[in-house]
Ligand binder design. Structure first.
Ligand code: AHG
Ligand code: MN
Ligand code: MN
Length: 351
């Protein structure tokens, strides 16, 4: 049953929970909601409006900084989110999966005399974009940090290289059978469902928590032969316990299902690639923050992911996130492993 609270009303009402809050974060969160509506419209009509498939520049498939080919919708979602975020006076810098460096946002250049905003936004504009062409859910993931350097200067890399435990807010949008925006500012996790006939997100999932039961595990089992055998042992134990397998190939969709049904998502590192695949700043950290806020936990082979300070903007990390009991069991098995994945060297320091 959809409640009467719109995203905007809810965000503003929650602002009163923080002494001295200025409304800046509220404005930023509602702007993210606006960009999500724009991307939602495109995702839902992609087949009709000719925006399926890979993006080409000068006849060649365009690639992001990580060498991955970009879908047309990756580029559209990146343009949309960065355009909306740049117009938000509270944003001082953006790191996007689709762009190599910090996108600096200088408001004084627009004659607004405010210099650079105080919030640093990390974003995966379109997560699981290989799902678009086959009509399966995709998402957006975002994390918001408070900058450390002076507002009069452009943001520096260190403003983004903070542990997830320092996130001011994080969330995701899931463009699925219905579109949802789920976020947390540290006081629990709340989910909003988009009503396309009204054009608003309404509070539909208040105070989201992992359920008591552990039902699902999500892993790409094609990647298990080159990783810690403790993970295969853990999965056998999950099956023994009656858990079932679900994996969509979009982290947002898998995380969301596991949050609602009770489950764990695993993307390990391997002996040949100990850092794994997923990106720290705009995939792992925001979801680790949400998992913790929902009573879950997140691990990365050797550490609680919330305590890790990333070493670079597009750093990768192994990721195990979800139900706290599942993570605890996995952790114990990995501790006892005869062939653990080595800690990736020089990638991060602990808080
Ligand atoms: P993105 O589309 O932003 O590059 O992310 C894809 C990620 C993640 O969403 C998903 O869980 C994972 O890649 C799937 O990887 P595999 O194909 O290796 O299973
Ligand atoms: Mn992604
Ligand atoms: Mn992406």
């Amino acid at each position: 049953m959809i409640g009467v609270n719109t995203l905007q009303e809810f965000v503003v009402a929650r602002q009163a929970d923080f002494a001295g809050a200025t409304g800046d974060l509220s404005r930023l969160l509602t702007d993210i909601g606006t960009a999500a509506k724009m991307v939602n419209r495109h995702v839902n009509s992609a087949g009709l409006s000719g925006i399926l498939g890979v993006h080409k520049a000068n006849g060649n498939t365009s690639r992001n900084v990580q060498g991955e080919s970009q879908q047309k919708l990756d580029v559209y979602a990146d343009d949309t989110f960065t355009r909306v975020l740049k117009s938000c006076l509270k944003v001082g810098g953006i790191v996007s999966e689709e762009q190599p460096g910090i996108i600096h946002v200088d408001h004084s250049a627009r004659g607004q005399g405010r210099g650079y905003g105080k919030y640093m936004v990390c974003i995966d504009p379109l997560d699981g974009s290989s799902n678009v062409d086959v009509n399966i859910s995709v998402g957006t993931i975002f994390g918001i940090y408070r900058r450390k350097s002076p507002l009069t200067e452009p943001a520096v890399v260190e403003d983004f290289l903070q542990p997830a435990s320092e996130l001011v807010a994080a969330g995701y949008v899931l463009y699925g059978s219905s579109t949802m925006l789920v976020y947390s500012t540290g006081g629990g996790v709340n989910g909003f469902t988009f009503d396309p006939s009204i054009g608003e997100f309404f509070l539909s999932h208040p105070a989201m928590q992992f359920p008591k039961e552990e039902r699902v595990y999500s892993v790409n089992d094609a990647r298990l032969s080159d990783t810690d055998p403790a993970i295969s042992e853990f999965l056998a134990d999950c099956r023994q316990r009656g858990m079932t397998a679900r994996y969509t190939g979009a982290l947002v969709a898998d995380f969301h299902r596991n949050l609602i049904q009770g489950g764990i998502y695993l993307y390990p590192g391997s002996y040949s690639k100990p850092e794994g695949k997923l990106r720290m700043l705009y995939e792992a950290q925001p979801l680790a923050f949400l998992a913790e806020q929902a009573g879950g936990a997140t691990w990365c082979h050797h550490h609680n992911l919330l305590d890790v300070v990333p070493g670079s903007l597009h750093q990768r990390t192994p990721l195990f996130t979800g139900h706290a009991d599942s993570i605890a069991r996995l952790k114990n098995m990995m501790h006892a492993s005869a062939r653990p994945i080595p800690e990736p060297e020089g990638m991060w320091v602990l808080r």
